[in-house]
Write a protein that binds this ligand. Structure first.
Ligand code: ZN
Length: 124
């Protein structure tokens, strides 16, 4: 099952403040990223998934938290595979073409393209 990550798109509440859901979500994210001791490097830095760093730059969890509040998560990083989370098997965020081929084999020809669109819509 995929965890609900809709909070990633709800960074601010109506008054323009960081929403409670987003704060809780970022807390969870930091917990997951630092729980797996193979993720932080020797200086305790983890890849920062904010829109500026895009997982290319590493920061302390404290700074990552700040970045996420200020810059939000980079758009398509819903499944936190770089932060110790297992790749979700039940989604099609990965190449849709490959996915369709698998599905064609399993269902004998009927590809539910509408379903793909729905999944895509959730991600983006
Ligand atoms: Zn960052």
């Amino acid at each position: 099952m995929r965890p609900n990550r809709t909070w990633m798109l709800q960074r601010k509440d109506q008054s323009g403040m960081i929403s409670g859901e987003f704060r809780d979500g970022v807390d969870d994210f930091i917990r997951i990223a630092t729980r797996d001791l193979t993720i932080p490097n020797v200086t305790g830095h983890i890849p920062c998934p904010c829109t500026r760093c895009r997982n290319r730059y590493w920061e302390t969890s404290f700074n990552v938290e700040k970045h996420l509040y200020h810059h939000a998560f980079v758009d398509d990083y819903v499944n936190w595979t770089l932060h110790g989370e297992k790749k979700w098997e039940d989604n099609s965020s990965t190449p849709v073409i490959q996915d369709s081929i698998d599905e064609r084999v399993h269902t004998g020809g009927s590809i539910s393209f509408g379903q793909h669109l729905k999944k895509m819509a959730f991600i983006f």
